[in-house]
Write a protein that binds this ligand. Sequence first.
Ligand code: PEP
Length: 291
Amino acid sequence: MLHRALHQHNMMALIAALVLTRTAAYTSPRAPVVAGNWKMNPGTAEEALALAEALDAVEGREVVVFPPSCYLEAVARKTNKNVALGAQDACVLAESGAFTGAVSLPMLKMPRVDYVLCGHSERRSLFSDDDDAIRAKVRGALDAGFAAMLCIGETQQEYELGITDDICALQLAKALEGVTAAEMANVVVAYEPVWAIGTGLVCPATVAQRVHASMRQRLRATYDSSVADACRILYGGSASPLVIDGIMRQPDIDGVLVGGAALDAATFNQVSNFHAGWWRTRSFLKKVLHR
Ligand code: PEP
């Protein structure tokens, strides 16, 4: 039932997006982030480099990709220098030592690697990263000079029970325990409903907006308005060129974290260039006015 209702909603959103694309504008003062999580892909270094090389940097937007750590250095050499990089995970147990298979934060200190992804639902469910582990990763990433991209989100059952806001607020509070207002400048939050990740089910933009506004309100209560107003809160879950314009028209949605659609450069570039009609007009006007 969730599937059919969301499908109908997404079709309506797509039609609305097609109608509105030419006039849509991103109006938030927060610079939008378009992030691509490659997960354990692509299968070869050659494919990773080809993907990296074809990525657009988009003026006024932060484009970030999270390749597997073994490709990071090579991807940094191949991508446009205005595309930022991040690590999908980091071991915070030690800087080096007997931790087979782990990669520590100092090892990730490479040129252009700015972010560490923390709390992705696949890390939570498949690798048993619990709230304490996620808090330690956020802490470690910030201490090591990285920005933390913190993922939160409810399961399908929690969504159907109507407890999304409570679950997300709890995950947010636990992960940010001890993080100061000043450090929040280096935290990006990604709201990723677990049921929307890799399923083709997109959370309706208006529902996501409500959750984002609620998380921003929590940040306002925990910190203050300046922290809440400055913090970028991204949406993640089957985002694609078909739905991006509608998502990015929501006032509290400051970007997207993309999985599947990040593995094809042309598709990811379309996502990065959301509201292209508006941006083309803006770039054109800028050129004309600066002549
Ligand atoms: C993700 O893994 O963070 C994600 C949002 O994946 P997808 O876009 O494939 O749903």
